[in-house]
Design a binder for this molecule. Structure first.
Ligand code: GLN
Length: 245
C-alpha cells in the first residue's frame, strides 16, 4: 500500500515545527511497511492535487497567509470537491484559518479565505498563547489531544469541533471549542507538532486515508507508542498543573 501526502507550502506555512507532522506520517507508514510519497507543494507548482491522499497545511503568519492565498485559490473548487469526497486534510492554525470565508487581521485587513467551509476568523485583542489540552469526540484510542497554541485570530463556527477545551483557549477562548472536523478534514490551532505527541490522531488520519484509497476497512497494526504516549502524558500533567493562562 502507498499514500501520497501533499505538504502545502513548506517554505511559508512552517511555524513551530509543524513540518514534524509530515515526518510522523512518513515514519508511522514506513514502520507498517506502507510507502509514503511526500510531495512538497510550493507557489511554483501547477501540480494537480487530485491524487493527494492526505493534504497538510501548517501554520503561518498573517503575511504568509496573504502571500500564498492567490496561488491556493486556483485550487479552491478542486479542494472543495476533494473534501466532499472524503480526502484527508489536516490544517493547522494559519492553514486552518485559510479554509474558512475570511480572516480579519489585527489591522482590520480582510484576508480572503478559500470558503471551503462556512466559518470566519477575526483577530481580537491579545494573542492566545500557551499549552493546550482538549478532549475529542473522534473515535480515538486516547480521547485527549495535547499541543501548543499561539494565535491572534479567533475562529467561530457551528461545525463539530476537534475537541472540547479542557485547558487553554482553542478556537476563540470563549466557546470551549477547539478546531473543526468536517468529513475527513481536520482544522486545529494545535502546533507541537500536533501529531508527534498524539500518535492516536496520526493513526486516525492514516486509517481514513487508506480506507478512502483502498475502499475497504483497514485495521492498522499496533506500534510501540510508549515514548510518544509518555510525552503526551507528561504534557497533559504539566498543563493540568499550570492551569489556564
Ligand atoms: N496568523 C494567524 C494568527 O496569528 C495564524 C498564526 C499561526 O499559524 N500560529 O492568528
Amino acid at each position: 500500500m502507498e499514500l501520497k501526502i501533499y505538504h502545502m507550502y513548506p517554505d511559508l506555512l512552517n511555524l513551530y515545527g509543524d513540518r514534524g507532522n509530515i515526518i510522523v506520517f512518513e515514519r508511522r507508514l514506513k514502520w507498517r511497511g506502507i510507502k509514503a510519497d511526500i510531495v512538497n507543494f510550493t507557489r511554483d507548482d501547477e501540480k494537480d492535487l487530485e491524487d493527494a491522499d492526505i493534504i497538510f497545511l501548517g501554520g503561518g503568519s498573517d503575511r504568509e497567509q496573504e502571500i500564498l492565498y492567490s496561488h491556493l485559490f486556483k485550487f479552491r473548487s478542486l479542494l472543495k470537491d476533494m473534501v466532499e469526497d472524503g480526502a484527508c486534510i489536516l490544517a493547522v492554525c494559519g492553514g486552518y484559518q485559510l479554509l474558512g470565508r475570511y480572516y480579519l487581521d489585527a489591522y482590520g485587513n480582510k484576508i480572503e479565505g478559500l470558503s471551503i467551509l462556512d466559518f470566519y476568523t477575526r483577530a481580537e485583542k491579545g494573542r492566545l498563547i500557551g499549552n493546550i489540552l482538549i478532549e475529542s469526540n473522534l473515535p480515538l484510542k486516547t480521547k485527549t489531544i495535547v499541543g501548543f497554541e499561539n494565535h491572534g485570530g479567533r475562529t467561530y463556527h457551528d461545525y463539530e469541533p476537534l475537541g472540547r477545551v479542557m485547558k487553554g483557549f482553542g478556537n476563540n477562548g470563549k466557546d470551549e471549542k477547539e478546531g473543526l472536523v468536517y468529513k475527513n478534514l481536520i482544522g486545529t490551532y494545535l502546533h507541537g507538532p500536533i501529531l508527534s505527541k498524539n500518535p492516536h490522531l496520526a493513526d486516525y488520519i492514516i486509517k481514513k486515508a487508506l480506507e478512502r484509497k483502498y475502499k475497504k476497512e483497514i485495521n492498522l497494526p499496533e506500534l510501540n507508542d510508549c515514548e510518544e504516549m509518555l510525552a503526551h502524558e507528561r504534557v497533559k500533567k504539566k498543563i493540568l498543573r499550570e492551569g489556564k493562562l
